[in-house]
Ligand binder design. Sequence first.
Ligand code: PGA
Length: 250
Amino acid sequence: MRPLTMVGNWKMHGSLSANQAFLQELLAAPDLGKKPGRFALCVPYPYLAQVSQLLAHSPVVLGAQDISDHSHGAYTGEVSGQMLKEFGTRYVIVGHSERRAYHHETDDCVARKAKAALLNGITPIICVGETESERDAGQTLPVVRRQLQAVLDLLQNKIADCLIAYEPIWAIGTGRVASPHEAQDVHRELRLQLAKFDADAASKVAILYGGSLKPDNAKEMLAMPDIDGGLVGGASLVAKDFLALCAIDQ
Ligand code: PGA
């Protein structure tokens, strides 16, 4: 059985005071950490130090939202895995659709970022997902398979140390959630693709769903056999919602 994995993606939200208030509320919750599971918050770079300190000794660990595919050097604006590691970062999102769309990240670049994370002992959360027009054209499975294959080709059996997140782009931030069966079909395909590569990894790797996941729709989603958790945007900005997601029985 794969443990529930719930990861918040704050995107470009937060402030020193708002983060402090959020984490105070989150960490005061008596039930947090009572259930087994993996919980993380992926915060903007400038807040890594603050959130790392506030999360110390809590069941919630620190994550980042991007990583450079280079180790160091003349890459203005980039942040390396080693730097992330210094702040205690345990997870990093790679290939989020917003980075693929606005920063022109290719499948190969995403794979290299996942590799850079692993080299630094950070677990990459590799995002895949189709646009609405790809979905309408019946291209969902070819698109997500292509995105995953690029990572498999580069990482080989190291895929066992990664997480995958299926995030249909049309469901992100829109309030339109994929139906649990629709999402399950994609998750099952991704797991089959992993299994062709490495059966052991396929049974271990958590595949998260992301896209308008909220406390009121997550239970049904997480009841699906290949949906192991969530990558949560909007609902991870409200402490009581994130707590409710972390407390869901799978
Ligand atoms: P959302 O974002 O939960 O606000 O739809 C999910 C994500 O982009 O990771």
